[in-house]
Design a binder for this molecule. Sequence first.
Ligand SMILES: [Fe+2]
Length: 241
Amino acid sequence: MVDIHCHILHGVDDGSGDMTDSLEMAQLATGNGTKAIFATPHCNMPHYFENFWSTQLEQKLSDFQRKLDGRGVKLKVYSGQEIYLEEGFLQLLRRNELITLNRSRYALVELDFYERADEAYKKISALVSEGYVPIVAHPERYAFVAEDKYAAAKLRQLGALLQINSGSISGDFGTKPKRSAESILKNQLADFVASDAHSQYSRTPDLSQAHEFVCENFSYEYADLLFGINPKRVINNDEIQ
Ligand SMILES: [Fe+2]
């Protein structure tokens, strides 16, 4: 499995606090079948996490990979960001102050949990017209998606892909996101399931239960697509239909 959304890089946001946390998260992930992870710190969140891409972040990522390799932890870490779609995101992307997943066409993006639907659609369309493929992080957690059964399909029609959180499937965020995640999965609108892990204790990078859920309730092929095939296409910047 490849996890395209994980707050495993330490000391940059509300995810991993230090290198020990990051290493423990990595061990938990590999122990449960994850071979590669995209480190996706929150960014472009005014007053909270700016994390504009920098040589320091690049360095932090390679230091982490070196540490993993040195300890024999078989995990490949790719660069990325979870881009908060606050004003100015297009200019920041053009200037490489915000980056896509492994510098591919795929940008992992998040919205305000109470974003208005029309605003969300406008932002997604702006990214698509600029040539990016937005991957909407945890659509099931947004009010406009949970409240409108056509919203997930609309996002995909506009050119976005959808990434469900493993924690939503297990009910960690309550019944509404769980129901919404299941409906997106059932309607074959999901493109990825990722951990959005923040720690080794809660909201962890263990994807095994979510993988099992998709296998048991849908199919092994669907699980393979969401946890393996599509994430690998992102790594290689290959097209996702
Ligand atoms: Fe996240």
